[in-house]
Write a protein that binds this ligand. Structure first.
Ligand code: 5GP
Ligand code: MN
Length: 336
């Protein structure tokens, strides 16, 4: 394990650095990564952000987005960068399986591995860990890392603030989840003072839907929403054919599960989607209902208590039926 002073002296001279984040990156994954990127390039480091897969179009406006390398598009270049790195920052994930094939490349690399994350149950692959499950976003921890751990708040600028604000906004449900504490609001205010245009960031992320996304959402709500009142649970499931019919792109399915959760009385919502290789589940819950427990126990996944995910090798129909049969076990909690 590295101490913070060892890490600081390492960062005092230009290094080859890779920043990576979880597959299908969301606002926090990209915001925390590009926020840290904007900080490190100021120090003169050679930095690359490598994502395991592509990510939604509504994040492509983030500062320095054009410098991001997508592993699936450039596997050889990505592998060479990982092998050659002196430091690898792992943001918004804590098990190497979350970065797909990149995981084993990172494990094999001699680089120092720095984990900055807020998920439960970290895997032991890192050399320095800035980890707090109470943080609302990895971006909040990047802020804390720069300002309070490295004591380098003077290097904060508009690009860093814009990226970190995006991460905090998206992972806290626009500052509305319980994780959005007064301390998070204070960081938000600080980022606005540093130049983050909060209104514009919100617009770019949330009022930037393609026509396809809106029509697909309409289809999900009109035709696919299943309400199980006896379990206070709502399910939306979609087939490969529907994804094709509506020309659904990366990011178009983001947040649809929240509409199912917004139905009155619903404590658990599932969005079940038939991808080419497997069936993927996204669960959301309210209060203390452990959505992550269901994902971990039955769907080889995990996540946070109120937002979790997993996958199944069964077909869509069987996965939906399996999910429904599991609800009996949780009936008491769901009806509380
Ligand atoms: P989403 O439903 O947006 O894909 O994921 C919500 C949260 O669930 C993510 O932030 C992540 O913590 C967790 N998650 C989603 N899919 C998986 C998975 O396959 N494995 C694990 N361990 N966590 C997941
Ligand atoms: Mn996150």
């Amino acid at each position: 394990m590295l101490s913070i002073s060892e890490l600081k002296s390492l960062l005092a001279t230009p290094q080859k650095i890779v920043i990576t984040t979880h597959h299908k990156p969301d606002g926090d994954a990209m915001g925390s990564s590009l926020g840290l990127y904007a900080y490190l390039i100021q120090l003169g480091h050679h930095v690359k952000v490598i994502t395991p897969t592509d990510y939604p179009y509504f994040l492509h406006w983030l500062p320095n987005n054009s410098d991001v390398i997508i592993y699936t598009d450039q596997p050889d270049q990505s592998a060479a960068l990982v092998a050659d790195a002196a430091i690898i920052f792992c943001l918004d994930f804590n098990t190497l399986s979350r970065i797909n094939e990149l995981g084993e490349l990172v494990r094999a690399s001699d680089a120092y591995k720095i984990m900055i994350d807020h998920h439960l149950e970290p895997e032991d692959f890192d050399d320095y860990r800035h980890w707090n499950i109470n943080a609302c976003a990895a971006a909040q921890l990047v802020y804390d890392f720069i300002v309070n751990e490295l004591k380098d708040g003077a290097m904060m600028n508009k690009d860093i603030a814009t990226c970190l604000y995006t991460g905090i906004m998206t992972d806290s449900g626009s500052f509305r989840f319980p994780s959005a504490t007064s301390a998070v609001y204070r960081i938000g205010a600080e980022l606005i003072d540093l130049g983050a245009e909060h209104w514009k960031i919100h617009q770019l992320v949330y009022d930037n839907a393609t026509e396809n996304r809106l029509r697909f959402l309409g289809h999900c709500l009109s035709n696919k929403l299943e309400i199980l009142r006896e379990f206070n649970t709502a399910i939306i499931s979609v087939t490969k054919e529907e994804l094709r019919e509506y020309n659904v792109a990366t990011g178009d399915t983001e947040g649809i599960v929240n509409y199912a959760l917004s139905v009155n009385g619903i404590r658990l919502a599932a969005f079940i989607i038939e991808r080419t290789d497997k069936v993927k589940l996204s669960l959301r819950s309210t209060g203390d209902f452990p959505a992550n427990e269901i994902c971990k126990k039955y769907f080889n996944g995990g996540g946070h208590r109120n937002a979790a995910g997993g996958a199944s090798d069964k077909n869509l129909e069987d996965t939906r039926n399996e999910f429904k049969s599991i609800l009996t076990e949780y009936k008491t909690q769901l009806l509380q």
